[in-house]
Design a protein. Structure first.
Lengths: 55, 666
């Protein structure tokens, strides 16, 4: 079983993801810098990066 | 965010250089630019759009693509060049930004042609010297950060926009942006769902390895199709809900009209009944008249001859009445039979025969030999006439009484109908409202039935999704790659659920507070008994209390103005408040910035009282107010707004293509 599987719904990781996703959205709302696809990819990355972190 | 100054060069009718400094003081935060129609007020508003976002809105017939002053353009020669420029200085988060857009115009090929516009931007911290330029590729991004273009509708208002701001299609999105909900909305859209392939969840689900596992694929497809059906149901339910709300409001309105017009309705019904009664009785009267005249014509002679008959009978009472003669026979008839030589029974009458003698003897019972038979005939006829006379009077009397009764009825009903006509004159036909109510009730019943049916269908979908999800989970959890993806999905779904919940809570709270603020401001401007209601699409409706119910009330142009100003002011005031989302111990600020209000001819169509009231409210709610006003409207606004005015300018029209703007002394 991989390390990731053991980290199901860790509150600390979940909170970090929420904060990072909303900050990303706030930033992009102001700048309109990123496309829809780029935003989807970045959010997916926020989730996967957070799960790969070792706390 | 405050707008400090505006510099214009050769832009439309503003030939040469013009600079306007706007009031930025907290207490004196109003800038007034006075000018009548066609003096350049709208052009000034468009300088903001052009400088910041590179677009302008001018009438089609006013050469909208030509920004260079026409007088200058007409003086250009082959190869000569001229420049249009607008420069705006803004103060945002203790930093002063200067944004300048220029466009070069060249005379070429017998016409003046504009090059592509160029924008530059620089900034400096307040109190410091020197400007730092912002690189070209970041300028648009930076402008959007300070003054987002999608929200510009809510700080740059032309007359048309003020008129329609509370019921335009795009209002919902802009309001969400202004009130900080767009961040959550966008996050929800980006996280998406398993059916939307270009979203986070859609991509995660489609990256699951379902190859060789037909059952898992089928289960996922069933989940997807059921979710699509569920989404369609939700859409239809929302549409039904809106329709039901509309029909309920209509029902309340018609109920109210019918309750108010109940007496009118009953009078209108009585009036119709009376019309029918009068028509029926008039027909009966005509028939009775006709019978009366017929009976009068038939019986009058014998009736009035009766005294004469009585006298005749009296005279003949002693005369001998002979009953031997043939009734109604005359002497001439007997003579004719004898002369013919044959009796009516066929026997030949030969003079001297017994038959001849018998017939001849009949002459003895007839005048002139005897009048006995005639007297008998006469008496019989008198008896017959007398019998007719006995009914004649009774019949005529009865007909006459009937005529009187009918005439009295008609007169009484006619009087009542006239009185009703007077009472209901000018009142609406209540019958059409009764029909309308019945129509609305039927429609409401149909809609509610449809709604209940959809709710049941939706519950069925939930059960299906849960069932297929269990099947899917048990099948796909076998591969470790899928397990990792499933972990991502669990987190993404959890985050989506949290953001959706937060969005719903904030949205509902914000709409409630917005409604409160708009009502508070509306009541300061409008002194009446109406209330403002804001629906889920941020459409604003005025409601009036009728009995215990609130119904949508009609709006005059002036009242619409007041409603829209209250809405704008409520939004601006609410946008100043902080909106926070809490994630664990983190507080995420979703608030937007307080923005200035720039308005072109805001008081058009508002009456004097409303203009005065609006003028009191706007400087209190907005950080900065910049208004382009006609002098006739300013007369009503000035007494209450003058103490908030920090900068006042006046437009002067020299020619149709040349206006100047100068600081006003007053």
């Amino acid at each position: 079983m991989s390390e990731i599987e053991n980290k199901l719904l860790d509150e600390k990781r979940l909170t970090a993801m929420k904060v990072n996703i909303l900050e990303l959205e706030i930033e992009n709302l102001k700048t309109r810098d990123k496309t829809n696809d780029e935003m989807v990819e970045l959010i997916r990355k926020i989730i996967s990066d957070e799960l790969k972190k070792n706390y | 965010m405050l707008i400090k100054s505006l510099y214009i060069k050769n832009f439309r009718q503003f030939k040469g250089e013009t600079t306007v400094e706007f009031a930025c003081d907290k207490e004196k935060n109003v800038t007034i630019i006075l000018g009548d129609n066609t003096y350049g007020k709208t052009t000034l508003l468009q300088t903001f759009n052009w400088c910041l976002y590179d677009f302008v809105v001018f009438d089609k017939d006013s050469n909208p693509d030509m920004l260079l002053n026409l007088e200058l353009a007409s003086q250009m020669k082959y190869g000569s060049r001229d420049i249009v420029e607008v420069k705006i200085v803004l103060i945002h988060k203790k930093t002063e930004y200067t944004i300048s857009r220029t466009q070069e115009y060249i005379w070429t090929e017998h016409k003046v042609r504009g090059e592509k516009s160029k924008v530059t931007m620089s900034y400096k911290l307040l109190g410091s010297d020197g400007q730092t330029d912002i690189r070209d590729q970041y300028i648009e991004k930076m402008i959007n950060e300070i003054l987002p273009r999608n929200l510009s509708n809510f700080f740059f208002f032309d007359t048309e926009r003020v008129r329609g701001v509370s019921n335009r299609q795009d209002v919902s999105e802009s309001v969400k942006g202004l009130l900080g909900l767009t961040v959550l909305d966008n996050a929800i859209k980006h996280l998406g769902s398993k059916t939307a392939k270009t979203t986070v969840l859609g991509k995660l689900y489609s990256s699951m390895d379902n190859e060789g596992d037909q059952k898992a694929t089928e289960a996922l497809e069933r989940i997807n199709s059921t979710q699509q059906r569920k989404a369609a149901i939700a859409e239809r339910l929302e549409s039904l809900r809106t329709q039901i709300t509309d029909y309920e409001a209509e029902k309340a309105r018609v109920d109210h009209i019918l309750a108010e017009g109940k007496s009118t309705a009953s009078l209108q019904e009585r009036s119709l009944t009376l019309e029918r009664l009068i028509s029926r009785e008039t027909n009966a009267l005509e028939q009775t008249y006709s019978k009366f005249i017929q009976e009068f014509n038939n019986g009058t002679v014998t009736f009035f001859a009766k005294p004469l008959m009585i006298r005749a009978l009296d005279f003949m009472k002693d005369a001998k009445v002979d009953d031997k003669g043939i009734k109604d026979m005359t002497a001439q008839s007997i003579v004719d039979i004898i002369n013919r030589g044959r009796c009516i029974c066929g026997i030949e009458l030969v003079e001297g025969s017994t038959e001849y003698e018998n017939v001849l003897r009949e002459l003895d019972f007839l005048p002139p030999q005897s009048i006995g038979t005639s007297i008998r005939n006469f008496k019989e006829k008198i008896e017959m006439y007398d019998a007719t006379n006995r009914n004649y009077f009774t019949n005529l009397k009865s007909r006459y009484e009937e005529i009187l009764r009918l005439k009295t009825n008609i007169q009484e009903w006619q009087d009542e109908a006239d009185e009703i006509k007077r009472k209901i004159e000018g009142k609406e036909d209540m019958k059409k409202y009764s029909l309308k109510l019945s129509d609305v009730k039927t429609r409401l019943k149909e809609l509610n039935e449809k709604r209940e049916h959809l709710i049941r269908e939706d519950e069925g979908c939930n059960n299906d999704i849960e069932r297929f999800q269990k099947v899917y989970d048990s099948l796909v959890a076998v591969s470790s790659k899928n397990k990792s993806i499933m972990t991502y999905i669990r987190y993404a779904e959890e985050i989506l659920a949290w953001i959706t919940k937060t969005y719903k809570e904030k949205e509902s709270d914000i709409r409630e507070r917005l409604e409160e603020k708009v009502n508070e401001i509306f009541n300061k401007i409008y002194h009446g008994h109406r209330r403002v209601s804001i629906n889920e699409k941020y459409y604003v409706t005025l409601l009036a209390m009728v009995g215990e119910k609130e119904i949508a009330s009609g709006e005059s142009e002036g009242l619409n103005r007041v409603k829209n100003f209250a809405f704008i002011a409520g939004l601006v005031e609410l946008a100043k408040e902080k909106i926070i989302a809490i994630a664990g111990e983190n507080k995420i600020d979703l608030s937007s910035e307080p923005y200035p209000l720039v308005m072109d001819a805001p008081f058009s169509n508002a009456d004097a009282t409303h203009t005065t009231n609006i003028s009191k409210v706007l400087p209190e709610v907005a950080e900065q107010v910049i208004m382009f006003v006609m002098e006739k409207d300013w007369r009503y606004a000035e007494p209450v707004m003058a103490y908030r005015v920090g900068s006042q300018w006046i437009l002067d029209k020299i020619t149709d293509t040349y206006s100047i703007l100068k600081r006003s002394d007053s």
